[in-house]
Design a protein around this ligand. Structure first.
Ligand SMILES: C[S@@+](CC[C@H](N)C(=O)[O-])C[C@H]1O[C@@H](n2cnc3c(N)ncnc32)[C@H](O)[C@@H]1O
Length: 326
């Protein structure tokens, strides 16, 4: 017992990983005026560039001002067929892969924390590959009592009319996780997250408050259907999230005038969700999206989706497109 006490006093509980330094940068933002969209409403922002640099720049004007951050980072799955780099940190032969990923996330999550307002909330999607490491990292940055874990079922026969993916493991994984990280849980009141109710096996237009499982808000496959509608090809971006899911999370955590940030923007689901929500409740939320230049995703996918959404849906929303320059 005495020995155990001694051990407990000397050994630390928590994460141990290597810090992989990412040098300071002298990046600044340059607007590409040709890509500006003017359709009234809020001036939203899309930044093409490495998110650590972009966040560093945003710190000057937005520290403590962002009410909602919605991120869906690379999951470190080792998949090398995605449009974007998910395997950069992960190599099955590289024993430092978790370490590299954690170091990458730590730098960005700390920056996100400082951008959040006093009652701000960060939602982060993750799957089984890094759930353990990310949860400890969130505890470290936000404090253990400020983090909740939700489950998002990523398949659902009612939504997955076009689902062709074959299970690749003996146990078919049908869910992911969403962490809800509060800057200050004591003083933050979420609006109730509402999920559609099922009657006789069908979703009906009635809502119940969610417990921890977010059913009925779309799936990976339904998000790809949205991609097809927006960009004419359901496989153009492989890991979109359904708009309805993000819209409900943002609705739960935002005010009508909130600024919403997504620094792993991908196909721009967060921006689309903000515009749709603003239309529903006459809100004036503003979004800031960031995506790097890999495979021209920012220009050809994020920007094109937002532009098409504004055109098709006639959202009252404008956009300024910036790139980081060095
Ligand atoms: C999982 S996807 C996000 C999908 C998005 N939630 C959606 O619904 O389409 C992650 C995105 O983050 C981008 N990304 C990864 N690392 C980045 C970095 N360091 N800076 C900026 N963007 C990055 C990738 O290009 C990719 O588009």
């Amino acid at each position: 017992m005495r020995k155990m006490k001694k051990d407990v006093n000397t050994e630390k509980y928590g994460l141990v990983y290597e810090i992989h330094p990412e040098g300071p940068s002298d990046a600044k933002l340059v607007e590409i005026a040709d890509l500006r969209i003017d359709n009234g409403g809020q001036d939203n922002i899309l930044i093409e560039g490495e998110n650590l640099d972009a966040l560093n720049i945003l710190k000057n004007d937005y520290s403590g001002r962002i009410d909602v951050i919605c991120i869906d980072p690379p999951y470190n799955t080792g998949m090398n067929w995605l449009t974007y780099q998910d395997h950069e940190y992960m190599d099955n032969h590289d024993s430092y892969s978790h370490s590299k990923w954690l170091s990458f996330m730590n730098n960005r999550m700390k920056m996100a924390y400082s951008l959040l307002s006093e009652n701000g909330v960060l939602f982060v999607n993750i799957d089984e590959n890094e759930i353990g490491t990310l949860l400890l990292l969130c505890h470290q940055i936000f404090g253990e009592g400020n983090v909740d874990v939700l489950i998002w079922p990523k398949t659902d026969p009612k939504f997955d009319m076009n689902r062709k993916e074959k299970p690749i493991r003996d146990i078919k994984i049908v869910h992911e996780y969403i962490f809800v990280c509060f800057k200050n849980r004591e003083t933050t009141k979420l609006n109730k997250i509402l999920i559609p109710v099922q009657k006789d096996g069908e979703y009906i237009d009635a809502f119940s408050t969610v417990e921890t499982i977010l059913t009925g808000l779309g799936t990976t496959s339904s998000a790809k259907d949205e991609m097809e509608k927006m960009l004419g090809d359901r496989s153009k971006f492989q890991t979109p999230k359904p708009m309805r899911l993000f819209k409900e999370l943002i609705r739960a955590a935002s005010k009508q005038t909130s600024i919403v940030l997504d620094f792993f923007a991908g196909s721009g689901t967060t921006g689309h969700a903000v515009m749709d929500l603003n239309r529903d409740d006459n809100g004036e939320r503003q979004f800031i999206l960031i995506n790097n230049k890999d495979n021209n995703i920012c220009r050809q996918i994020t920007y094109e989706r937002i532009k098409k959404a504004i055109n098709d849906e006639q959202y009252l929303a404008s956009l300024k497109y910036f790139r980081t320059a060095y």
